[in-house]
Design a binder for this molecule. Sequence first.
Ligand code: 3PY
Ligand code: MG
Length: 254
Amino acid sequence: MSMRPNSLWEIWANGQAASNCWLNTPSAYVAELIAHQGWDSVTVDLQHGMIGMEDAYAMVTAISTTDCVPLVRVPWNDPAQIMRALDAGAYGIIAPMINNRQECEAFVGACRYAPEGYRSVGPNRALLYGGSSYLDKANRTIVIFAMIETVEGLAHLESICETPGLDGVLIGPSDLGLSMGREAKSNQTDPEVVEAIEHILKTAKETGKKTAIFNSDVTYAREMAEKGFDLVTAASDTGMIRNGAELLKELKGH
Ligand code: 3PY
Ligand code: MG
C-alpha cells in the first residue's frame, strides 16, 4: 500500500494557490465542520488560540473525515511538540518565529526521519491516516513551513530559505509588523511591511521554496494568491463566528 498523498503538492504542481482556514477553537466538531466546507487545508493552531495537544488529536482525526489537508502550527520550534503533532497525523507543520539557519535546521531535523533528520519513530495514528508506506514516504509527503515574522528572520532570510529539507516559508504579518516597529496587524498595507513581505516572497521563490501568508480578509488573501503566494489563509473559525455575530446588529437595526 502506498502513502496517502498530500494534495497540497498536487495543487502546487498545477500552479495553483491553496486555500487555508485557521482554527483557534478547541473543538473536533468545529474542525470537522470547517474541513467539510472545501478548504484545501486547515491549520490547527497550538501557538495562539485555545487548543491543547489533546484537542489537536481529536481535531486532526475529525479533519480526516474529508480530503482537507490537516496542518498544525506548533506552539514553538520544539521537537517534542512537532513529533507528537506528526504522529497524530499532521500532514504539515508550521513553526513560529524562525530567526536563523540554526533554528531552521533544528526545525527541519525534527520533522524528518533519518538520514535527513532526527524524527523519532512511532507514527501511531499517522500510520492509520497515511498508510503502510508512511515511514518510507513521510519525508517527501509532509509539508513544512518556517514562519518568517521577525527582523532577525528577515536578516537571515536567504540562509533560512536555503536550508535543505525545508519546503516553504510562511509570513506572520502581525509579528513581522511589530518586530519592524510598525503596527501588529494582518492584511498589511504599511509600505515598509509590504516591502518586506514582497522581499520574502521573491527570495523564497528564488530559492525554490513554497510561499505562504496569514491573512484574515478574503479580498486581501485573493490578492496575495495573485501575487504568487502558494498558500493563503483567508479566514478563521473565530473570525467567521465574529462575522456571524454581526447579524445581531441587523436584528437591532444598527
Ligand atoms: C502573525 O501574523 O504574526 C501570525 O503568526 C499569524 O498567525
Ligand atoms: Mg506570529
